[in-house]
Write a new protein. Structure first.
Length: 450
């Protein structure tokens, strides 16, 4: 069975990719388990060199990978280059981990007590379609560094860069069976990661609905799981902030990747005393977003991923309901939707549900307490921004908002050397940063009587 990969900017078939069957998935997991027996014993310095070599090979192919992502996912070429570079950087960062996977010596009576960080075994990584390259790297790089082997399932509609990364891993000298990419259906490959007894952990990024199913399946088998799920993040703009900068940057906090981002600041909360001025500044900023062919260097926003997803996003804005203003988008082939700003009532569905497209709602608030109340009135808690020139307020609001990642006077959510993850129904566990190895190891305690 094969799947036709469609270019979302042209609606043309890019390539047909074979789907991995249940039997092939089981065979890949068996190969990964066999490879684990030797991979876990590779000397730390040698494993580090192999990962650095993998990073170097990715670096040599960043433009190829970026162009492939433009064609497969409709990402702008600028974003796609950053994403390929992120895979390289994450590999480089975690290549330092094997030689720094420290245990502890704990004082005890009558002997010596030490701890070891042991790899788990086979790790299943399930990757979404919105950021196929970086999210894959966030899973496989620390897992491999800790001595695990990895089976990775890319999203059905965006498998091409993951397949290429699997090829580049072998080219870099990563042993056979250590890192395998298995394109296919979530109900076949992904479900088997959850149910197979040899897969000791599942890393899932995707919708909250599917994440709950993954978590339930892993709970039934007492299997470790990391979940990075949905978001409805707030961009809180106080009247004392630099309104010009806040308005100029707000579109890029939500319309990047056509809003197909769990970290998208899809609710803009503006202090009532500054609301009118902010909206005056926001309109030209939104209309200035350059939407077009993703391969063009000047393009800032590309298409949505599929026709079905375009229909879902459009369903939130029937007959231009509550539209304050819009940007523009190309006509003709492709799954295009213009950047759209809504001013709905506070109880409207667009205020609470994750649209996952280039649609943002703007709501007024009265004071600090009101801003925090509205921001926390969500089942999600992944990211968010706070705009203020009052440092004390920035700290108070940062501590009060229920989210895993916040930025002040910025919309930057992700750095590979700092932790990333959500609270509430945005997920559990943390990826990236120095502590990610803890999610891919077990602590073993050994007491030696003296």
């Amino acid at each position: 069975m094969t799947f036709d990969v469609i270019n979302p900017a042209t609606e043309e078939v890019v390539r047909s990719v074979p789907h991995t069957s249940l039997e092939e998935t089981d065979a890949a997991i068996a190969r990964a388990q066999k490879a684990f027996e030797s991979w876990r014993t590779v000397a730390p310095g040698d494993r580090a060199r192999l990962l650095r070599g993998f990073a170097e090979v990715v670096d040599a192919h960043t433009e190829e990978l970026a162009r492939l992502e433009v064609e497969n996912s409709g990402h702008t070429i600028g974003n796609a280059r950053w994403e390929a570079g992120n895979v390289r950087d994450v590999l480089q960062y975690y290549s330092a981990a094997p030689e720094r996977l420290f245990g502890k010596q704990i004082p005890v009576a009558g002997g010596l007590d030490v701890t070891f960080h042991e790899p788990l075994g086979v790790v299943g990584v399930i990757v979404p379609w919105n950021f196929p390259m970086p999210i894959a790297g966030w899973g496989f790089a620390p897992a491999l560094a800790a001595g695990n082997t990895v089976v990775l399932k890319p999203a059905e509609v965006t498998p091409l860069t993951a397949v290429r990364l699997g090829e580049l891993a072998l080219e870099a000298g990563i042993p056979e069976g250590v890192f395998q990419v298995l394109p296919g259906k979530g109900g076949v490959v992904g479900t088997r990661f959850v149910t197979h007894p040899l897969v000791r952990k599942v890393v899932f990024t995707g919708s909250t609905e599917v994440g709950k199913q993954v978590m339930a399946g892993c709970a039934d088998r007492v299997k470790r799981v990391t979940l990075e799920l949905g978001g409805k993040s707030a961009n809180i703009v106080f009247a004392d902030s630099d309104l010009e900068k806040a308005a100029a940057t707000a579109p890029y906090g939500v319309f990047d990747n056509a809003g197909q981002d769990c970290c998208a600041r899809s609710r803009i909360l503006v202090q009532a005393s500054a609301y009118d001025r902010f909206m005056e500044l926001l309109e030209p900023a939104v209309q200035g977003v350059k939407v077009g062919a993703p391969g063009d260097e000047a393009t800032e926003m590309g298409p949505l991923i599929t026709a079905a997803h375009l229909g879902k996003v459009a369903s939130y804005v029937p007959d231009d309901t509550h539209v304050a203003f819009r940007g523009t988008a190309p006509d003709g082939p492709g799954f295009w939707f213009p950047p759209t700003v809504l001013t709905p009532p506070a109880d409207h569905v667009t205020v609470h549900e994750e649209i996952f497209g280039p649609v943002v709602v703007v709501l007024p608030f009265e004071d600090e307490a009101d801003a925090v109340r509205i921001a926390n009135d969500s089942e999600y808690g992944l990211s968010g921004s706070i705009w203020t020139n009052d440092v004390g307020r920035a700290i108070r609001v940062s501590r009060a908002v229920e989210a895993g990642n916040l930025s002040v006077n910025s919309h930057s959510s992700v750095r590979y050397w700092t932790p990333f993850g959500g609270v509430k129904q945005s997920g559990l566990g943390r990826e990236l940063g120095p502590d990610a190895l803890d999610a891919f190891t077990e602590v073993k305690n050994v007491f030696i009587a003296t």
